[in-house]
Design a protein around this ligand. Structure first.
Ligand code: SF4
Length: 243
């Protein structure tokens, strides 16, 4: 499945405190995505990556070498990193350079996720779960049809593995009702008891607020995000369901 050529890099943040909780990391942005989430704020990367400069992995690693004492790792995000056949080569190279790796994924490539985990190429995974695990609701939030059986398979891979992970859901008020979020939390709790593994602790579901600044679907610009207080209250209820 793999190819030796690392995928093109279309964006780079030298250090971030937000992308890998508890760690200082650099962030690499890879182009293209197989989904079309209406709330996506990385749509230039998804739809028009050719308009962005391509950056060299080796030049970035050289630059980060000077900050090795305080950069813990490198987060690979997108777009969707797992659609690139050269992703394993990129992760391997990052490890060789002495940095830990975190992968952001939309969970649509469970076999790739399994491969990356079993080959010890990722040290942490953040996976988006777009909606409750129902095909029609999921298609609405992902912008394309995604069989939720694939998403469940990726969650199973994470639950059965030994790599720390978090599941993330972006809460866009016009697309997901509060009851949808709690439905998803109940479904995740159910999945954790079905997984035939010794590591069946309930998953962590982290809610993220919708950002109306520049969504892929311009109609969403008029949607008011939840207040911080409302999101915190929902997160508390999700935590209660999953505890
Ligand atoms: S938000 Fe959706 S469309 Fe945008 S990069 Fe993530 S998975 Fe792809």
């Amino acid at each position: 499945m793999a190819n030796d050529q690392p995928p093109p890099i279309k964006g780079f943040i030298e250090n971030s405190l937000l992308d890998w909780p508890g760690q200082i990391c650099a962030v690499l942005f890879l182009p293209y995505c197989n989904l079309r989430c209406p709330y996506c704020h990385n749509h230039q990367l998804v739809l028009r990556p050719d308009t962005l400069e391509t950056l060299s992995l080796e030049a970035i690693l050289d630059r980060l070498h000077g900050f090795k004492e305080w950069v813990d790792g490198i987060c690979i995000t997108g777009g969707e990193p797992t659609i690139h056949r050269g992703l394993p080569a990129m992760l391997r190279r990052v490890h060789e350079a002495g940095f830990k790796t975190k992968l952001d994924t939309n969970g649509t490539q469970p076999e790739t996720l399994h491969y990356l985990i079993t080959e010890n190429l990722v040290d942490c995974v953040a996976m988006d779960v777009k909606a409750p695990l129902d095909d029609s609701v999921y298609a609405r939030c992902a912008g394309v049809y995604v069989p939720v059986s694939i998403i469940k398979k990726s969650i199973d891979v994470l639950m059965a593995g030994t790599v720390p992970y978090v599941l993330r859901c972006t809460v866009t008020p016009s697309m997901l009702a509060e009851s949808d979020i709690y439905c998803l939390a109940e479904q995740l709790r159910g999945l954790s008891t079905e997984t035939p593994s010794s590591l069946t602790a309930a998953p962590l579901l982290s809610l993220q607020n919708f950002n109306p600044a520049d969504p892929l679907d311009p109609e969403l610009k008029n949607v008011q995000p939840h207040t911080d207080q409302a999101l915190a209250r929902m997160q508390e209820e999700v935590n209660r369901i999953l505890s």
